[in-house]
Design a protein. Sequence first.
Length: 197
Amino acid sequence: MNMSVENAGQILWVLGIVAWYVIRFPFERRARRTRVVVNRRSLTDRIGLGAALAGMAVVPGIYVATGFPKAGDHAASAWGVALGAFLFFAGVWLFRRTHKELGKNWSISLEIREKHKLISGGPYSLIRHPMYTSFFMLALGQALLLANWIVGLAGLAGFATLFFLRVDKEERMMTDTFGEEYRQYMDRTKRIIPYIY
Ligand SMILES: C[S@@+](CC[C@H](N)C(=O)[O-])C[C@H]1O[C@@H](n2cnc3c(N)ncnc32)[C@H](O)[C@@H]1O
């Protein structure tokens, strides 16, 4: 087993998660100060958020800190880790772009804020959910950076749960709020992969 490649994967994952949190923190603080006018947070959405948090932070965090669970460990390859690092940091970059673009309109859950504007520029010009695309990139990166099948795939399973529980509800909330403007936006964009889905 090549320990140095595995350690490199874990260190890169930790660095990416720290960068992720540094980007997210100011938006969480600002969101607390901006009034919510529509709240569609539901039990299903909380379950999805819990699954994503468990799969992308708690399970890999415990693995990196303690090596648990040992079951599922596999040998890491340098190419796999390099590809994982590329996907993970490209995901962090897209995550930052989407936060900058959404600005005061960002929410962690299904909410419309006071003076909410429909954003359709930058990464939002091709896909309606580029932040969710960035999460899928982070989850794929995690699967390649962490040399354990259970821990690696927990991120994909956790985020896919949130995505599929949420996406229809989010689009319904946006259509209810922005009406024809959002319907037209839907007609010219895909969900998470430009020109495909
Ligand atoms: C966690 S953010 C994710 C945004 C988007 N689904 C994405 O993946 O980039 C969720 C919140 O963003 C807001 N939102 C989603 N799409 C938006 C858009 N095109 N313009 C403005 N706000 C949007 C909604 O208030 C929603 O509750």
